[in-house]
Design a protein around this ligand. Structure first.
Ligand code: NAD
Length: 260
Protein backbone atom coordinates (compact mmCIF):
# COMPACT_ATOMS: atom_id res chain seq x y z
CA UNK A 1 0.00 0.00 0.00
CA UNK A 2 0.90 3.65 -0.04
CA UNK A 3 0.61 4.20 3.73
CA UNK A 4 3.43 6.36 5.06
CA UNK A 5 4.61 7.58 1.64
CA UNK A 6 5.20 11.33 1.42
CA UNK A 7 3.27 12.96 -1.41
CA UNK A 8 3.65 16.51 -2.74
CA UNK A 9 0.78 17.69 -4.90
CA UNK A 10 1.33 21.16 -6.37
CA UNK A 11 -1.74 23.33 -6.83
CA UNK A 12 -3.75 21.26 -4.37
CA UNK A 13 -5.97 23.93 -2.81
CA UNK A 14 -8.63 23.45 -5.50
CA UNK A 15 -9.94 21.31 -8.34
CA UNK A 16 -8.02 18.25 -9.51
CA UNK A 17 -5.08 18.76 -7.11
CA UNK A 18 -7.38 18.93 -4.08
CA UNK A 19 -9.09 15.74 -5.15
CA UNK A 20 -5.71 13.99 -5.56
CA UNK A 21 -4.47 15.14 -2.17
CA UNK A 22 -7.71 14.01 -0.48
CA UNK A 23 -7.46 10.63 -2.17
CA UNK A 24 -3.79 10.10 -1.27
CA UNK A 25 -4.65 11.04 2.34
CA UNK A 26 -7.44 8.43 2.30
CA UNK A 27 -4.71 5.95 1.29
CA UNK A 28 -2.75 7.15 4.36
CA UNK A 29 0.01 9.05 2.61
CA UNK A 30 1.51 12.03 4.41
CA UNK A 31 0.59 14.96 2.20
CA UNK A 32 2.09 18.31 1.31
CA UNK A 33 -0.30 20.87 -0.11
CA UNK A 34 0.59 23.90 -2.20
CA UNK A 35 -1.34 26.63 -3.95
CA UNK A 36 -3.34 29.77 -3.35
CA UNK A 37 -6.73 30.43 -1.84
CA UNK A 38 -8.64 31.90 1.05
CA UNK A 39 -7.03 31.21 4.44
CA UNK A 40 -10.28 29.83 5.87
CA UNK A 41 -10.73 27.39 2.98
CA UNK A 42 -7.14 26.14 3.24
CA UNK A 43 -7.43 25.73 7.02
CA UNK A 44 -10.63 23.72 6.57
CA UNK A 45 -8.94 21.48 4.01
CA UNK A 46 -6.02 20.84 6.37
CA UNK A 47 -8.28 20.20 9.37
CA UNK A 48 -10.24 17.71 7.34
CA UNK A 49 -7.08 15.93 6.12
CA UNK A 50 -5.63 15.73 9.64
CA UNK A 51 -8.58 13.56 10.69
CA UNK A 52 -6.78 10.77 8.81
CA UNK A 53 -4.00 10.80 11.42
CA UNK A 54 -1.37 11.62 8.82
CA UNK A 55 1.14 14.45 8.53
CA UNK A 56 -0.23 17.43 6.62
CA UNK A 57 1.77 20.47 5.53
CA UNK A 58 0.86 23.44 3.40
CA UNK A 59 3.15 25.86 1.55
CA UNK A 60 1.86 28.72 -0.54
CA UNK A 61 5.02 29.23 -2.60
CA UNK A 62 4.43 30.68 -6.07
CA UNK A 63 5.71 27.96 -8.40
CA UNK A 64 5.69 30.17 -11.49
CA UNK A 65 9.02 31.55 -10.24
CA UNK A 66 12.33 29.71 -9.88
CA UNK A 67 12.75 31.07 -6.35
CA UNK A 68 9.29 29.85 -5.32
CA UNK A 69 10.22 26.31 -6.33
CA UNK A 70 13.56 26.43 -4.51
CA UNK A 71 11.90 27.78 -1.35
CA UNK A 72 9.26 25.03 -1.47
CA UNK A 73 11.99 22.38 -1.74
CA UNK A 74 13.92 23.90 1.20
CA UNK A 75 10.72 23.95 3.27
CA UNK A 76 10.01 20.30 2.45
CA UNK A 77 13.56 19.07 3.10
CA UNK A 78 13.42 20.76 6.50
CA UNK A 79 10.46 18.53 7.43
CA UNK A 80 11.37 15.44 5.40
CA UNK A 81 15.16 15.01 5.10
CA UNK A 82 14.63 12.27 2.49
CA UNK A 83 12.28 14.37 0.37
CA UNK A 84 9.08 13.09 -1.19
CA UNK A 85 8.11 9.67 -2.57
CA UNK A 86 5.28 10.81 -4.81
CA UNK A 87 5.55 14.05 -6.76
CA UNK A 88 2.41 15.22 -8.55
CA UNK A 89 3.04 18.28 -10.70
CA UNK A 90 -0.48 19.62 -11.03
CA UNK A 91 -0.48 23.42 -10.58
CA UNK A 92 -1.59 25.21 -13.72
CA UNK A 93 -3.93 27.74 -15.21
CA UNK A 94 -5.28 28.84 -18.57
CA UNK A 95 -5.03 32.15 -20.37
CA UNK A 96 -6.57 32.64 -23.81
CA UNK A 97 -5.39 35.20 -26.34
CA UNK A 98 -4.45 35.22 -30.02
CA UNK A 99 -0.75 34.54 -30.37
CA UNK A 100 -0.04 38.01 -31.84
CA UNK A 101 -1.22 39.72 -28.67
CA UNK A 102 -0.37 37.02 -26.11
CA UNK A 103 1.26 38.93 -23.22
CA UNK A 104 4.93 37.94 -22.79
CA UNK A 105 4.62 38.11 -19.00
CA UNK A 106 1.70 35.63 -19.10
CA UNK A 107 3.70 33.34 -21.37
CA UNK A 108 6.63 33.34 -18.96
CA UNK A 109 4.39 32.78 -15.94
CA UNK A 110 2.62 29.82 -17.59
CA UNK A 111 5.82 28.19 -18.89
CA UNK A 112 7.33 28.83 -15.44
CA UNK A 113 4.45 27.12 -13.63
CA UNK A 114 3.62 24.25 -15.98
CA UNK A 115 7.07 23.39 -17.41
CA UNK A 116 9.93 24.89 -15.38
CA UNK A 117 8.39 24.01 -12.00
CA UNK A 118 8.05 20.28 -12.85
CA UNK A 119 11.69 20.37 -14.07
CA UNK A 120 12.95 22.01 -10.87
CA UNK A 121 10.96 19.77 -8.52
CA UNK A 122 12.12 16.64 -10.36
CA UNK A 123 15.70 17.92 -10.18
CA UNK A 124 15.47 18.51 -6.42
CA UNK A 125 13.63 15.32 -5.39
CA UNK A 126 15.11 12.76 -7.80
CA UNK A 127 18.39 12.18 -5.89
CA UNK A 128 16.52 11.07 -2.75
CA UNK A 129 14.06 8.96 -4.76
CA UNK A 130 17.05 7.22 -6.34
CA UNK A 131 18.58 6.56 -2.92
CA UNK A 132 15.24 5.06 -1.77
CA UNK A 133 14.98 3.10 -5.06
CA UNK A 134 11.34 4.08 -5.33
CA UNK A 135 9.48 7.09 -6.62
CA UNK A 136 6.47 8.20 -8.61
CA UNK A 137 6.50 11.36 -10.68
CA UNK A 138 3.12 12.19 -12.19
CA UNK A 139 2.64 15.26 -14.31
CA UNK A 140 -0.94 16.41 -14.69
CA UNK A 141 -0.88 17.49 -18.31
CA UNK A 142 -3.90 17.76 -20.63
CA UNK A 143 -5.09 16.66 -24.04
CA UNK A 144 -3.51 19.98 -24.92
CA UNK A 145 -0.18 18.23 -24.45
CA UNK A 146 -1.12 16.14 -27.50
CA UNK A 147 -3.35 18.35 -29.64
CA UNK A 148 -3.87 22.10 -29.87
CA UNK A 149 -6.71 24.58 -29.68
CA UNK A 150 -6.48 28.17 -30.93
CA UNK A 151 -5.66 31.03 -28.52
CA UNK A 152 -3.92 28.75 -26.02
CA UNK A 153 -0.29 29.22 -27.16
CA UNK A 154 1.36 29.16 -23.73
CA UNK A 155 -0.82 26.40 -22.27
CA UNK A 156 -0.43 24.10 -25.27
CA UNK A 157 3.32 24.80 -25.45
CA UNK A 158 3.85 24.14 -21.73
CA UNK A 159 1.82 20.91 -21.83
CA UNK A 160 3.59 19.65 -24.97
CA UNK A 161 6.88 20.55 -23.26
CA UNK A 162 6.10 18.63 -20.09
CA UNK A 163 5.59 15.50 -22.21
CA UNK A 164 9.20 15.88 -23.36
CA UNK A 165 10.35 16.19 -19.75
CA UNK A 166 8.24 13.16 -18.80
CA UNK A 167 9.95 10.99 -21.43
CA UNK A 168 13.50 12.13 -20.63
CA UNK A 169 13.03 11.62 -16.88
CA UNK A 170 11.52 8.18 -17.54
CA UNK A 171 14.60 7.16 -19.53
CA UNK A 172 17.03 8.56 -16.97
CA UNK A 173 15.25 6.66 -14.16
CA UNK A 174 14.39 3.50 -16.10
CA UNK A 175 16.43 1.15 -13.92
CA UNK A 176 15.81 2.82 -10.57
CA UNK A 177 12.34 1.82 -9.31
CA UNK A 178 11.06 5.28 -10.22
CA UNK A 179 8.45 5.93 -12.90
CA UNK A 180 7.53 9.20 -14.58
CA UNK A 181 4.28 9.64 -16.50
CA UNK A 182 1.84 12.29 -17.63
CA UNK A 183 -1.95 12.16 -17.35
CA UNK A 184 -3.80 13.96 -20.12
CA UNK A 185 -7.40 14.77 -19.15
CA UNK A 186 -10.01 16.34 -21.41
CA UNK A 187 -12.68 18.49 -19.71
CA UNK A 188 -12.66 17.85 -15.98
CA UNK A 189 -15.70 18.71 -13.84
CA UNK A 190 -14.03 21.46 -11.78
CA UNK A 191 -15.46 24.81 -10.58
CA UNK A 192 -13.98 26.43 -13.71
CA UNK A 193 -15.82 23.98 -15.95
CA UNK A 194 -19.04 24.44 -13.97
CA UNK A 195 -18.83 28.23 -14.38
CA UNK A 196 -18.36 27.78 -18.13
CA UNK A 197 -21.47 25.58 -18.28
CA UNK A 198 -23.52 28.04 -16.22
CA UNK A 199 -22.57 30.94 -18.47
CA UNK A 200 -23.35 28.88 -21.60
CA UNK A 201 -26.74 27.89 -20.19
CA UNK A 202 -27.51 31.59 -19.68
CA UNK A 203 -26.40 32.72 -23.16
CA UNK A 204 -28.16 29.79 -24.87
CA UNK A 205 -31.24 29.89 -22.59
CA UNK A 206 -31.02 26.14 -21.95
CA UNK A 207 -30.64 23.83 -18.94
CA UNK A 208 -27.31 23.16 -17.20
CA UNK A 209 -27.21 19.61 -18.60
CA UNK A 210 -27.98 20.77 -22.14
CA UNK A 211 -25.29 23.49 -21.91
CA UNK A 212 -22.80 20.89 -20.68
CA UNK A 213 -23.70 18.64 -23.62
CA UNK A 214 -23.22 21.52 -26.09
CA UNK A 215 -19.77 22.29 -24.71
CA UNK A 216 -18.72 18.64 -24.71
CA UNK A 217 -20.09 17.63 -28.12
CA UNK A 218 -17.23 19.44 -29.87
CA UNK A 219 -14.55 17.35 -28.15
CA UNK A 220 -15.85 14.65 -25.80
CA UNK A 221 -17.58 11.80 -27.65
CA UNK A 222 -18.77 10.48 -24.26
CA UNK A 223 -20.62 13.79 -23.66
CA UNK A 224 -19.59 13.55 -20.00
CA UNK A 225 -16.90 15.56 -18.24
CA UNK A 226 -14.24 13.66 -16.28
CA UNK A 227 -14.71 13.52 -12.50
CA UNK A 228 -11.82 14.88 -10.42
CA UNK A 229 -11.99 11.62 -8.38
CA UNK A 230 -11.35 9.69 -11.61
CA UNK A 231 -8.07 11.55 -12.11
CA UNK A 232 -7.19 10.88 -8.44
CA UNK A 233 -7.86 7.15 -8.93
CA UNK A 234 -5.61 7.17 -12.01
CA UNK A 235 -2.83 8.70 -9.90
CA UNK A 236 -3.36 5.96 -7.29
CA UNK A 237 -3.05 3.25 -9.93
CA UNK A 238 0.20 4.71 -11.27
CA UNK A 239 1.65 4.46 -7.76
CA UNK A 240 1.09 0.70 -7.48
CA UNK A 241 3.48 -2.11 -8.38
CA UNK A 242 0.99 -3.10 -11.11
CA UNK A 243 2.00 0.11 -12.90
CA UNK A 244 5.76 -0.27 -12.44
CA UNK A 245 6.25 -0.92 -16.17
CA UNK A 246 4.28 2.16 -17.18
CA UNK A 247 6.88 4.89 -17.55
CA UNK A 248 7.46 7.69 -20.02
CA UNK A 249 3.82 7.49 -21.05
CA UNK A 250 1.43 10.32 -21.73
CA UNK A 251 -1.84 8.67 -20.77
CA UNK A 252 -5.12 10.09 -21.99
CA UNK A 253 -8.32 10.26 -19.94
CA UNK A 254 -10.31 12.34 -22.36
CA UNK A 255 -13.73 10.87 -23.12
CA UNK A 256 -12.48 9.92 -26.58
CA UNK A 257 -11.27 13.43 -27.55
CA UNK A 258 -8.00 12.31 -29.18
CA UNK A 259 -9.50 9.18 -30.78
CA UNK A 260 -11.13 11.25 -33.53
P1 NAD B 1 -7.78 24.87 -10.44
O1 NAD B 1 -7.75 26.31 -10.86
O2 NAD B 1 -9.01 24.35 -9.77
O3 NAD B 1 -6.52 24.56 -9.51
C1 NAD B 1 -5.25 25.04 -9.83
C2 NAD B 1 -4.37 24.96 -8.61
O4 NAD B 1 -3.09 25.51 -8.94
C3 NAD B 1 -4.90 25.78 -7.43
O5 NAD B 1 -4.60 25.12 -6.23
C4 NAD B 1 -4.09 27.07 -7.54
O6 NAD B 1 -3.98 27.77 -6.31
C5 NAD B 1 -2.77 26.51 -7.99
N1 NAD B 1 -1.89 27.51 -8.59
C6 NAD B 1 -2.19 28.39 -9.58
N2 NAD B 1 -1.13 29.17 -9.83
C7 NAD B 1 -0.14 28.76 -9.00
C8 NAD B 1 1.19 29.18 -8.76
N3 NAD B 1 1.73 30.20 -9.45
N4 NAD B 1 1.92 28.54 -7.82
C9 NAD B 1 1.39 27.53 -7.10
N5 NAD B 1 0.12 27.09 -7.28
C10 NAD B 1 -0.62 27.70 -8.21
O7 NAD B 1 -7.42 24.06 -11.77
P2 NAD B 1 -7.66 22.53 -12.19
O8 NAD B 1 -8.68 22.54 -13.25
O9 NAD B 1 -7.83 21.65 -11.03
O10 NAD B 1 -6.26 22.23 -12.91
C11 NAD B 1 -5.22 21.46 -12.34
C12 NAD B 1 -4.32 20.94 -13.44
O11 NAD B 1 -5.08 20.11 -14.32
C13 NAD B 1 -3.70 22.03 -14.31
O12 NAD B 1 -2.35 21.71 -14.61
C14 NAD B 1 -4.53 21.98 -15.57
O13 NAD B 1 -3.82 22.40 -16.70
C15 NAD B 1 -4.87 20.50 -15.65
N6 NAD B 1 -6.08 20.21 -16.44
C16 NAD B 1 -7.30 20.70 -16.08
C17 NAD B 1 -8.41 20.38 -16.86
C18 NAD B 1 -9.80 20.86 -16.52
O14 NAD B 1 -10.73 20.66 -17.31
N7 NAD B 1 -10.03 21.47 -15.37
C19 NAD B 1 -8.26 19.60 -18.00
C20 NAD B 1 -7.00 19.12 -18.34
C21 NAD B 1 -5.92 19.43 -17.54
Amino acid sequence: GLAGKVALVTGSTSGIGLSIVNHLADLRCNVILNGFGETKHIEDVQTNLKRQNIKVNFFEDDLSTVQGNLTLCDNIYRIYPTGVDILVNNAGFQHVSPVETFPTAKWEQMIGLMLTSPFLLVQKFLPEMKRKEWGRIINISSVHGLVASPYKAAYVSAKHGVHGLTKVVALETAETGITCNAICPGFVDTPIYQKQVESRSQTDGCSYDEASRRILELNHPTLQPIGTHQVAKFVEFLCYEAASQITGSCLTMDGGWTAR
